[in-house]
Design a protein around this ligand. Structure first.
Ligand SMILES: Nc1ncnc2c1ncn2[C@@H]1O[C@H](COP(=O)(O)OP(=O)(O)OC[C@H]2O[C@@H]([n+]3cccc(C(=O)O)c3)[C@H](O)[C@@H]2O)[C@@H](O)[C@H]1O
Ligand SMILES: Nc1ncnc2c1ncn2[C@@H]1O[C@H](COP(=O)(O)OP(=O)(O)OP(=O)(O)O)[C@@H](O)[C@H]1O
Ligand SMILES: NC(=O)CC[C@H](N)C(=O)O
Length: 632
C-alpha cells in the first residue's frame, strides 16, 4: 500500500543442536507473521542448528537434521507468500558456508553466504566455515535442485521492494556487503545475526544498524540469536531492530524467553524517490548482480506507523532551546554576512504585530547583538491601514519599545486612497486590488526608507506563504533579504514561543501567538479582525504537512491524503483535507512565478523553495495531473 511493506524481525526460542524443535518454533512464527500481512520475516543466524552448535556443525547427523527441518518448514509454507529468511549451514564443493536461505511459497529462492567470518576470542567461525567472498553468478545444489548461490543475490518483487541479505559480522566490517547491495538497488537489507551481550554493546549495535540504514538510504532489519543459545562462554540476548534511513522504527526488549517478532511498515517508495534526488547515491559504483524475482508478498490493509502531523517542528524529545537557538543563529548569520558585505549596519522592517514580522525582528535583533551593533539602527515601521486593529498595532509597538529598536509609524490609508484615485479604483470595492495597493504601499515605504537611511529591508514572508504564493507580488513578496523564507508557519510559531524565555517580551509574545493569522487588508469591524487567513487558504498545519511530503518525498497526492488522514485523525475529515490539498496543489503550481523571483534568504531546514538552490520549476506547469490523481 503506497509503497509500504510490513517487515518482521523474529527471535525464536532456540534449542541448541535440535533443528526439529527449532523448526516448530519457526513455523508457528511464520504463520503468525503471514496472518499479520508481513512481506518478509528474518530469523537469527544459523536458525535451525543454533549459532553455538560449534564443532557439532561439522557433524553429519546435525546437518542432516537441519535439512529435514528445512523440508518440514517448506512443506508448511506452501500456501504462504510471506518471504522467510533463515540461517542455514550449507555444504558446497566440500566446504561449509554460514548462509541465509530465502524461502517463499514452499520454494527455495536463493542462498547467500556470509562474507566476513569473525575469528577472535569468543568467535571462531573459521574453525567450521569458509567465507563466501567472491562467490557470484553461480548456483549450488540443494535437495537435488540447483539454487542461486552467492553474495551478489538481490530479490525483487517487480514493485517497490528490492532486498539483499548479509550476516552479522558483515555489518561490522569496514565495507559491509550491504553497501554494494544498496548501490545496486537494494532498498531493504536483512541481517541474520548472533551477537552476544556485553555491557553497553546493544547501544553500539543499534547505532550500527541505524547508521547503516542511513548510509544505504534503505530500511535495515536485524535479528540476533536469543537466550536459548548455549551459555558455555557467552550470553545472547535476542536483539531485534528495524531502522529506516537513519531512524529506528522498532526495537524489541532483549532477554525474552519466548519466541516473538517485531514488525514495522517501511516506506520503500519514499526511499526510492529519495535516492533519485541524491546524486552521490547515483555516483555509487554499480556491479553486476543476480536478481531473483519473487512473487507478490502480502499487501497491508492499513499502515501501522505513526505519522507526525507536525513534520517541521522538532519532536517533543528534542531540546527546544538548542533547536531554536540554532535556527536563529542560522538566520542571524545569514543576515550578518549580507549586511557586512554590503557595508550596511541598518535594517528596516515593517512590523504588523503578526507572527512573521515578529520573528524577523527578533532574529535581526539577535544579529545586531552578535555584532554589537546599536539596536536603534533597526528601524521598525508600523503602518496602520484600513484593517489594522488596536491589538496588533499595540503589540507591534510594545515589542519594538521593549527591544529598544527605533519605532516609526506611517499611516498608509491616505497613500492608498491616492493610489485608488490614480488607478480609478472604487475604495468601496474590497477586491484584490484594494488589498494589494496597501501591501505595495507598505513595501514602497520600507524600500524608500532604506534608501534614505542607508539600510536594508528585511523580508518577513515564511515558507508556507512562499509555497502558497500568499503574498502580494512586488509587495511584501519583495525585500533585500528574506529572513524567514525557509521557515514554515508551524515552525515560526514554535520559534517565537521560545523567545518567551525573555521576560520583558513574554506577555507580548503570548498575545501575538494568540492573535488570529491575518493580513489585515480588509477593513476591520469594531476593531476586530475580519480577514482570517486560515479560513481563506486553509489551516497552515495542513499545508505544512502537504508541503513536507510533496517536496521532501515527492509523495503522490493520494498518498499525502492518506497520510494526512492518519496523522490528523479526527481533527479534519477526509472531505476537508481533500479540499485543502486540492487548493494547496493548485496554488503551489500557479504561484511559482512569485517564487521564481524571491530575494536571497538562508536555508534553515531541509526544505527550501529557493529558485536558485532547492526548487526549480516552470511557472507554467499544469496542475491537472496532480488534481486528477486525487479524484481517483
Ligand atoms: N504565471 C504567472 N506569471 C506571471 N504573472 C502572473 C502569473 N499568474 C498571475 N500573474 C499576475 O500576478 C498578479 C497576481 O499576483 P498578485 O498581484 O500578487 O496578487 P494575488 O496573488 O492575486 O493576490 C495576493 C493575495 O495575497 C494575500 N496576501 C497579500 C499580502 C500579505 C498576505 C499575508 O497574509 O502575508 C497575504 C492577499 O490577501 C491576496 O489574496 C496578477 O496581476 C496576474 O496577472
Ligand atoms: N500594519 C502593518 N504595519 C507594518 N508592516 C506591515 C503591516 N501589515 C503588514 N506589514 C508588513 O507586511 C508583511 C506581510 O503582512 P502580513 O500581515 O501578512 O504578515 P505578518 O503579520 O508578519 O504575519 P502573519 O502572516 O503571520 O500575520 C508583514 O510581515 C509586515 O512586514
Ligand atoms: N556472529 C557474528 O558474526 C558476531 C560478530 C559480531 N561482531 C558481534 O559480536 O556481534
Amino acid at each position: 500500500m503506497f509503497g509500504y511493506y510490513r517487515v518482521a524481525s523474529a527471535v525464536n526460542q532456540t534449542t541448541v543442536a535440535n533443528p526439529a524443535k527449532n523448526a516448530k518454533e519457526v513455523i508457528s512464527l511464520i504463520k503468525e507473521a503471514h496472518q499479520k500481512e508481513v512481506s518478509v520475516i528474518v530469523f537469527p543466524e544459523l536458525t535451525l542448528t543454533g549459532y553455538t552448535a560449534s564443532d557439532l556443525l561439522l557433524n553429519q547427523t546435525l546437518l542432516q537434521a537441519q535439512e529435514d527441518a528445512l523440508n518440514k518448514i517448506l512443506k508448511n509454507i506452501k500456501e504462504i507468500n510471506t518471504i522467510v529468511i533463515l540461517g542455514y549451514a550449507h555444504i558446497e564443493a566440500d566446504r561449509l558456508y554460514n548462509c541465509a536461505i530465502v524461502l517463499q511459497n514452499g520454494n527455495i529462492l536463493g542462498l547467500v553466504p556470509k562474507t566476513y567470518l569473525p575469528n577472535k576470542k569468543e568467535f571462531y567461525e573459521k574453525r567450521q566455515f569458509v567465507s563466501g567472498k567472491g562467490i557470484v553468478r553461480t548456483t549450488t545444489s540443494l535437495k537435488g535442485d540447483e539454487v542461486p548461490f552467492g553474495v551478489d543475490l538481490l530479490f525483487n518483487d517487480g514493485k517497490d521492494m528490492t532486498f539483499g541479505v548479509e550476516i552479522c559480522e558483515d555489518l561490522w566490517a569496514v565495507t559491509p556487503p550491504s553497501n554494494h547491495m544498496a548501490s545496486n538497488g537494494a532498498n531493504l537489507i536483512f541481517n541474520l545475526s548472533a551477537s552476544n551481550e556485553l555491557i553497553g554493546k546493544h547501544e553500539y549495535r543499534e547505532e550500527l544498524v541505524r547508521t547503516q540504514s542511513a548510509r544505504c538510504m534503505a530500511a535495515y532489519v536485524y535479528s540476533s540469536a536469543g537466550v536459548g543459545e548455549s551459555t558455555t562462554d557467552t550470553v545472547y540476548g535476542g536483539h531485534a531492530i528495524i531502522s529506516e534511513y537513519g531512524t529506528t522504527l522498532k526495537e524489541n526488549e532483549r532477554f525474552r524467553m519466548d519466541s516473538h517478532f517485531i514488525t514495522a511498515d517501511v516506506d520503500l517508495e519514499r526511499l526510492r524517490w529519495l535516492r533519485l534526488n541524491e546524486t552521490s547515491f547515483s555516483d555509487g559504483r554499480r556491479k553486476p548482480v543476480s536478481t531473483i524475482k519473487v512473487s507478490p508478498t502480502p499487501a497491508i490493509s492499513a499502515v501501522e506507523r505513526e505519522i507526525n502531523p507536525m513534520p517541521f517542528v522538532p519532536s517533543q524529545y528534542a531540546d527546544k532551546q538548542a533547536r531554536c537557538d540554532e535556527i536563529v543563529q542560522i538566520q542571524a548569520h545569514g543576515l550578518i554576512k549580507r549586511m557586512t558585505h554590503a557595508h550596511i549596519q541598518k535594517a528596516v522592517i515593517g512590523i504588523s504585530g503578526g507572527l512573521d514580522s515578529t520573528l524577523a525582528l527578533l532574529s535581526t535583533h539577535r544579529a545586531f547583538d552578535i555584532m554589537g551593533w546599536d539596536h536603534k539602527d533597526i528601524v521598525a515601521i508600523t503602518m496602520p491601514g484600513f484593517g489594522t486593529t488596536t491589538r496588533t498595532k499595540s503589540n507591534a509597538e510594545k515589542l519594538c519599545e521593549r527591544l529598544g529598536v527605533t519605532l516609526k509609524t506611517v499611516e498608509i490609508t491616505n497613500l492608498s486612497l491616492n493610489e485608488f484615485e490614480a488607478i480609478e479604483h472604487d475604495p468601496s470595492e474590497h477586491t484584490v486590488t484594494y488589498e494589494n495597493v496597501q501591501a505595495r504601499a507598505r513595501t514602497s515605504i520600507l524600500m524608500n526608507t532604506a534608501n534614505k537611511i542607508g539600510g536594508l529591508v528585511i523580508g518577513t514572508g515564511d515558507l508556507s506563504e512562499v509555497a502558497l504564493g500568499w503574498s502580494t507580488y512586488n509587495g511584501d513578496h519583495m525585500s533585500m533579504y528574506a529572513l524567514n523564507s525557509s521557515i514554515p508557519k508551524t515552525l515560526v510559531q514554535y520559534v517565537i514561543e521560545y523567545f518567551k524565555s525573555e521576560e520583558k517580551i513574554a506577555a507580548i509574545i503570548d498575545d501575538i501567538l494568540a492573535t488570529p493569522i491575518s493580513p489585515e487588508l480588509l477593513p476591520h469591524k469594531e476593531d476586530e479582525i475580519v480577514q482570517h487567513t486560515e479560513s481563506i487558504v486553509g489551516p497552515y498545519e495542513l499545508h505544512d504537512f502537504f508541503l513536507y511530503h510533496f517536496i521532501k518525498y515527492g509523495a503522490k497526492p493520494e498518498k499525502i491524503l492518506y497520510l494526512a488522514k492518519k496523522a490528523f485523525d479526527i481533527k479534519y475529515d477526509e472531505e476537508h483535507i481533500k479540499e485543502w490539498l486540492t487548493l494547496f496543489l493548485k496554488r503551489f503550481f500557479t504561484q511559482q512565478f512569485k517564487r521564481s523571483c524571491i530575494p536571497d534568504g538562508p536555508k534553515v531546514g531541509t526544505i527550501s523553495l529557493s529558485p536558485r538552490a532547492d526548487w526549480r520549476m516552470p511557472s507554467d506547469a499544469d496542475f491537472e495531473t496532480w488534481i486528477k490523481a486525487l479524484d481517483n
